[in-house]
Design a protein around this ligand. Structure first.
Ligand SMILES: NC(=O)c1ccc[n+]([C@@H]2O[C@H](COP(=O)([O-])OP(=O)(O)OC[C@H]3O[C@@H](n4cnc5c(N)ncnc54)[C@H](O)[C@@H]3O)[C@@H](O)[C@H]2O)c1
Ligand SMILES: [Zn+2]
Ligand SMILES: [Zn+2]
Length: 350
């Protein structure tokens, strides 16, 4: 397979952007890395946070973003044994980790202080060829379409892990906040496949229609509801509130509200990462209603295998729109305005 010396990439030259579509060198895989010819890559809201420098974690600049890259292995380092040239592979947020620290030893590799993050601390998948540590890359079966599977590599794994962390059981109700977005659309499908009942919360009729098709039993429109807490509780089968709340929204308010409609003994899982936001909960209610509040951050390698397996078995079908790599700036604009129902997936030039 011939590998060119240069390639097309979307590059943020400085924090805040703008993005420049330009030719850059094709990276060479290190001894434990694979080089993946990216065919499709999802656009996650994290990519927008990264370019804008929203978080208290330094971001590499200039930066090639992207961490939902699905493609074909075209080269590998001499230590790599579990991938062959021509295999289909996915590059995820966790591009690599040290493998030696307490967190890595316990399969909590996202918590590794020395983790390499695709499209954040190392260049990601908004380029034709990207590298990642083989042990962190996902194997994708050949019969799985690379466009549809791309969003599973971050959004799918993250929401699947969040649902597991919530401890919610089949038959119980989960409120998904931000249900119409990229993570939210997949969260509904995973919840349904796991036997859960879903109350979807987001804004606008396009997202309402999409959520109802994906498995939401009741949709609450946060832009129209006059009493969101009452509406969410009323939407749960017995009116007592949701057993779990999965917070995927990119604004702070829902992070303050969730304690009011979570059921007693319920669990709130924070996943969305709005800038400069705090979680606030009334101590009295949290204590006497025994509410749990937890963060959940992507997933470990086994979560990745499980989330991909749900997808490969045909249980997860979420809407996505395919666009060329050059359209990324316009997609970021739509995302900033909250106008994307589901996920955008970029197609890389051949
Ligand atoms: N914890 C993790 O491991 C992890 C992984 C991936 C993404 N994220 C974060 O998750 C968030 C969501 O990512 P995404 O790609 O799905 O974004 P997205 O833009 O596709 O979706 C966000 C959705 O939230 C909705 N929303 C905004 N305010 C709301 C409100 N008050 N109530 C209900 N819904 C509201 C928007 O309308 C939109 O549909 C981002 O902050 C991203 O960085 C976290
Ligand atoms: Zn992501
Ligand atoms: Zn480590």
């Amino acid at each position: 397979m011939s590998i060119p010396e240069t390639q097309w990439a979307q590059v943020a030259e400085q924090v805040g952007g703008p993005l420049v579509l330009k030719q850059i060198p094709v990276p060479k895989p290190g001894p434990d890395q694979i080089l993946v010819k990216i065919r499709y890559t999802g656009v996650c809201h994290t990519d927008l946070h990264a370019m804008k420098g929203h978080w208290p974690l330094p971001v590499k600049m200039p930066l090639v973003g992207g961490h939902e890259g699905a493609g074909v292995v075209v080269a590998k380092g001499e230590l790599v044994q579990d991938f062959e040239i021509g295999d289909h592979a996915g590059l995820k947020w966790l591009n690599g980790s040290c493998g030696e620290c307490e967190f890595c030893r316990q399969s909590d590799d996202p918590l590794c202080a020395n983790a390499a993050l695709s499209g954040y601390t190392v260049d990601g998948t908004f380029q034709q060829y990207a590298v990642g540590k083989a042990t962190h890359a996902s194997k994708i079966p050949k019969n799985v379409p690379l466009d549809a599977v791309a969003p599973v590599l971050c959004a799918g794994i993250t929401v699947y892990k969040g649902l597991k962390e919530s401890g919610v059981r089949p038959g119980q109700t989960v409120a998904i906040v931000g249900a119409g977005g990229g993570l939210g659309s997949l969260a509904q499908q995973y919840a349904k496949a796991m036997g859960l009942r879903v109350v979807g919360i987001d804004g606008g009729d396009e997202k309402r229609v999409m959520c109802e098709q994906l498995g939401t039993e009741a949709f609450v429109d946060f832009t129209k509801s006059k009493d969101l807490v009452a509406d969410v509780k009323a939407a749960t089968p017995d009116g007592l509130g949701a057993h779990a709340v999965i917070l995927l929204a990119v604004s702070e308010k829902p992070f303050q509200q969730a304690t009011e409609y979570v059921r007693s003994r319920g669990t709130i899982i924070a996943i969305g990462l709005p800038p400069d936001a705090s979680l606030k909960a009334p101590v009295f209610q949290t204590v006497v209603r025994m509410i749990s509040i937890k963060g959940s951050y992507v997933g470990n390698r086994q979560d990745g295998v499980e989330a991909l397996d749900f997808f490969a078995r045909g249980l997860i079908k979420a809407p996505f729109k395919v666009a060329p790599l050059k359209d990324l700036p316009e997609i970021f604009e739509l995302m900033e305005k909250g106008q994307i129902a589901g996920r955008y997936v970029l197609e890389l030039p051949e």
